[in-house]
Design a binder for this molecule. Sequence first.
Ligand code: HEC
Ligand code: HEC
Ligand code: HEC
Length: 474
Amino acid sequence: MKFSMRLPRVLQGLLLTMLTAGAAYAADAGVDQTELIARGRYLAKAADCVACHTAPGGKPMAGGLPIDSPFGKIYASNITPSKTHGIGSYTEAQFARAVREGVNVQGQRLYPAMPYTSYAGTTDEDIRALYAYFLHDVEAVDTTPPPTTLAFPFNQRWLMIGWNLLFLDRGPFIPVEGKDAQWNRGKYLVDTLAHCGACHTPRNVLMAEKRSLAFSGGQVGPWRAPNITSDPVSGIGVWSVDELVQYMRNGAVEGKGQAAGGMAEAIQNSLQYLSTEDLTAIATYLKDSVPVRSSADTRPAFEYGDVDVDFEAGLRAVNTGIGYQAAGPGYPHLTTGAQLYSANCASCHQTTGRGTRGQAFPSLAHNTVLGRDNADNLVNVILDGLHIRVGDEERLMPGFKDALTDAQVAQLAAFVMQQYGNPTVTVDEARVKVLRQGGDDAGAPLRRLMEWSAIAAVIVLALLAAWWKRRRHR
Ligand code: HEC
Ligand code: HEC
Ligand code: HEC
C-alpha cells in the first residue's frame, strides 16, 4: 500500500516537471519574437547602449569607444552577436549577469564605466527583450576593441568585488507602494534604464553615486550636469511637465535652456525616441523627487537676464564733426568682452542677447546656462560649440577653441555673464585652461587615498617584518 502510494507521487512529480517544461516551451514559442525584438530595440534606445558601445565612425555596438575615467581610458566592449568577438555565445543568464551585475562571461568584473549599478534594476522581462534584440537584430561585427590597460591597482578587476559589495544594489526594480503606475514607470526609467543619475548625481571619493544627494548635480568631464531635483530654486521644480518633456524630446525650451555636451548626446541617441507616455512619466517622477537646494542659489537659473540693452552702439566709431573717432579702446585688437561678443556671438545671438525671432538662435537671457553660480558650461559651449540632431532637424553652434585664447574666452564669458546672466559670477583664465584640458581631476582624491593606503600597507608590512626578525633573534 505504502509502495503504491509512493510511486504515483514520483510519477506525479515527473509529470508536473514535464508539464511545466512543456508549458514554458509553448509560451516561448507563443511569444511573438518580432514583438519581443521590437521591445528590446526600444529599451536599448532608452538605455542608450549605443552611446558607449559605438566608436566614432564605427559599426553600431562594435565597441572601441574610449571612455575617460580618472584612472585612464576604458574601452567599451563589442556587444554585437559575433560569436568570436562579441556576445554571440552569451546565454540570457550570462547577458543578465553582465548588464545587472557587471560580470562578463569570463567571470571578469566590469568597471562601472559600464553603468551596471543603474541597470541592476532592469526587470527580467526587459532583460529578455534586450537579449532577443541584441542576439537577433544587431549586426554581428568581428572586431576586437583595444584592450583597457589601467595602472596598478586599478587594473585589478577583482577589486570591484569589494566596490560592488558597497555600492551595487541587487535585484530588479520593485514598484513603490502608494505611488501610481506613471510615477513608478518614471522612477524605473530614470533610475534604471535611462541612468540619469550617472551624470546628474554627485559621486563620492570612491566614484560611486551619492544616493542621498540623487540628481542634485554631477560632473561629466568639464561639463556640469545640473541639479534636476524638484527643488524650485536649484532644480527643475518650476519647469512644467510639458517643458521637461519638450526638453528631453527636442533639446531646447524657450525661456529655459538648450542641451549641449552629454545631454545633447543623450537626447540625440536616446531620449528623443521615447514615447510621450514614457517622457511624461520621467518628468512626473522628477517633479516629485526629493528636493536638494544649494545655498549658493537664490533664484531659478533661467530667471537671470532682465537687463535689455544693446551695448553695441557704444563700440561704434562716433562722428565728432571733424571725422570718425573709435569709441572703444581700438577696434582691431578686440580685447574687451563686448568686442569679443560683437565679433563672435552677436551674429547669431544678437547684440541684445535675445536671440533671433523664433529662437533658432536662442536667447542668452533667461537661459539656465547663465544663471548658475559658475560659468563652466558657458565656457564649455564657447570652446566646443553645440551640435544636436533631433528628428530631421539639426542645430549647430561652432566651437571657438582654436579661434580664441584662454584669456579671451575668460573675458568673453565674464562679459556674457555680466550682460545676460548672473552678474556676480567671475571667470578667470586659469579656469578656462582647466576646462579646455577636460575639467578637474575627479580621480585625484581616490588616487591619494590609494597612495595613502599603499603607504600604510608598506608601514604595516615593515613593522611586521621587524617584529618577526626580533622574534627569530630571541
Ligand atoms: C556609459 C557607457 C555605457 C553604456 C550606456 C552601456 N555600456 Fe556596456 N560597457 C561599457 C564599458 C566601458 C564596458 C567595458 C567595461 C570593462 O572593460 O570593464 C561595457 C561592457 C559591457 C558588456 C560586457 C561585454 C564583455 O563581454 O565583456 C556587456 C554585455 C554590455 N556592456 C552590455 C551593455 C548593454 C546591453 C547596454 C545597454 C542596456 C550597455 N552595455 C550600455 C559602457 C557602457
Ligand atoms: C551623459 C550625461 C547625462 C545623462 C545620461 C543625462 N544628462 Fe541631463 N544633462 C547633462 C548635462 C551635461 C546637462 C547640461 C547641458 C547644458 O548645459 O547644455 C544636462 C541638462 C539637463 C537638464 C536641463 C537642466 C537645466 O537646468 O538646464 C535636464 C532637465 C536634464 N538634463 C534631465 C535629464 C534626465 C531626465 C536624464 C535621464 C533621462 C538625463 N538628463 C540624463 C548630462 C546628462
Ligand atoms: C552660427 C551661430 C552661432 C554663433 C556664432 C554662436 N552661437 Fe551660441 N548657439 C547657437 C545655437 C544654434 C545654439 C543652440 C540652439 C538650440 O539647441 O536650440 C546655441 C546655444 C548657445 C548657448 C546655450 C548652450 C547650452 O549649453 O544650453 C550659449 C550659452 C551660447 N550659445 C553662447 C554663445 C556665445 C557666447 C557665442 C560667441 C562665442 C555663441 N554662442 C556663438 C548658435 C550660435
